[in-house]
Design a protein around this ligand. Structure first.
Ligand SMILES: [Zn+2]
Length: 161
């Protein structure tokens, strides 16, 4: 058995238990099941760098094992995770998606960045309004969302997903 390339940390010191997941979620991924996670659980996914189909299966097992958690939240879902949210049914399990990381690029110098987009509800009427550009830290130019909003936020628009 190869060593798991997924990084897991569990912090029970706050009002909600925070599970931080990072690294590569692939065939080597091992999610420890015996955390006894209950009550409020927030899973922070900003450090996820890669997910493949085997990793998705491990993830689905993990998120399914949390079905007894009362208030399950996914926070700062990394770009590779959002891609799977948009293609794999059941990817979020019973969780509410609190925020996702979204790709931005400067229209002037091309500098790429990733920013957190906080979601205010389970659905959004118009994905275009969810991604507001800004000023480039490198050159002061115009930074814009670097994907198709209707595609990147498709998981929110799909009812019952
Ligand atoms: Zn720039």
């Amino acid at each position: 058995m190869s060593e798991s390339r997924v990084q897991l940390a569990v912090d029970t010191s706050g009002p909600a238990t925070v599970v931080t997941v990072g690294g590569e979620i692939d065939e080597s991924a091992v999610f420890v099941r015996d955390h006894g996670l209950r009550g409020r659980v927030t899973v922070d996914l900003h450090g996820v760098t890669r997910l493949n189909s085997c990793g998705v299966r491990h993830w689905l097992d993990f998120i399914g094992s949390l079905s007894g958690v009362e208030d399950l939240v996914l926070r700062r879902c990394a770009v590779p995770f959002v891609t799977q949210l948009n293609t794999v049914v059941g990817m979020r399990g019973g969780a509410r998606v609190e925020s996702i990381m979204a790709p931005f690029a400067c229209q002037d110098c091309g500098a790429e960045s990733v920013r957190e987009v906080v979601l205010t509800g389970e659905t959004i009427e118009d994905p275009e309004t969810a991604v507001v550009g800004g000023k480039c830290a490198e050159c002061g130019g115009v930074v814009e969302f670097d994907d198709l909003p209707e595609r990147y936020f498709a998981f929110l628009l799909r009812s019952g997903a």
